[in-house]
Design a binder for this molecule. Structure first.
Ligand code: AMP
Length: 250
């Protein structure tokens, strides 16, 4: 696996590639959910590129960014064992040489659900994904349904900006307990984890929206939102100041 640590280095490597490229952007702290995206890309493309970049512009809360779990040594071992072809591992200064003067903004969907509780979050996400796609220039982009709203926003961006990229959605990977895998789960204490599992279980139990909400609230879960949108039921919860999101097909 080749590791490319700057935009300049990556572009030189990219200019020599002739095979089709599948791309998996991540913020590191890799788990089986990330791996399922990579495995899909590896099976559908001659070359797979993974990026690990903890994007500061999508964190509206400085504390959340500071506490975001990172495990680059373990991540490298995972990526090598999977036979990923290239890792793009840029610095913040390299990705944002101009500061944060330009942002991609969506006007409608980004203001709902997670966008309501995290102002500026999706501008940060869309901006970094646009930057990454312009650098990596993949034919296929792999993203998880875990971040369903993000997936829809990226889909819209690709369409509205006439980008020649195929977006491949990948199903949510869960623990046996039903909890959706997330890098943030590493921050959960044993007690918080059992609350997170209860949250996931209730969300996955079909039923009336208000009933689901009451069940969650009766367990003392602090919901940011619980809403039905498209074919999904989506929720965000704060457990000991750790924000978890999840969704299920209705
Ligand atoms: P992140 O590192 O959290 O930005 O996630 C990178 C990619 O992995 C995103 O496209 C996520 O939607 C996806 N992802 C994260 N967790 C899961 C999961 N449990 N199942 C499937 N995809 C996931």
């Amino acid at each position: 696996m080749i590791i490319l640590k700057s935009v300049e280095e990556f572009k030189i490597w990219r200019s020599k590639q002739t095979a089709t490229i599948g791309f998996v952007p991540t913020m590191g702290g890799l788990h089986q959910g990330h791996l399922s995206l990579m495995e899909k890309s590896l099976s559908q493309n001659e070359t797979t590129v993974v990026s690990v970049f903890l994007n500061p512009t999508q964190f509206n809360n400085a504390e959340d960014l500071k506490k975001y779990p990172s495990s680059i040594k373990e991540d490298l071992a995972i990526l090598k064992s999977l036979n990923v072809d290239a890792l793009f591992l840029p610095t913040t200064a390299n990705m944002y040489p101009e500061g944060y003067n330009y942002l991609i903004q969506e006007q409608v969907i980004s203001k709902t659900l997670c966008g309501k509780d995290r102002p500026g979050h999706f501008e940060g996400v869309l901006t970094v994904v646009m930057k990454l796609l312009n650098i990596v220039k993949p034919q296929k982009l792999y993203m998880g349904e875990k971040d369903f709203q993000q997936l829809q926003l990226i889909k819209g961006m690709i369409k509205d900006f006439f980008m020649d990229i195929e977006l491949i959605p990948v199903a949510i990977v869960r623990e046996d307990s039903g909890l959706a895998l997330s890098t943030r789960n590493r921050r959960l204490s044993a007690e918080s984890k059992s609350k997170a599992i209860a949250f996931a279980k209730i969300l996955q139990t079909p039923g009336d929206l208000n009933e689901t909400k009451s069940k969650m609230e009766s367990l003392g879960l602090k919901l940011d939102y619980l809403e039905d949108w498209k074919d999904r039921r989506l929720a965000a919860v704060q457990i000991d100041n750790i924000r978890l999101i999840d969704n299920v097909q209705k």
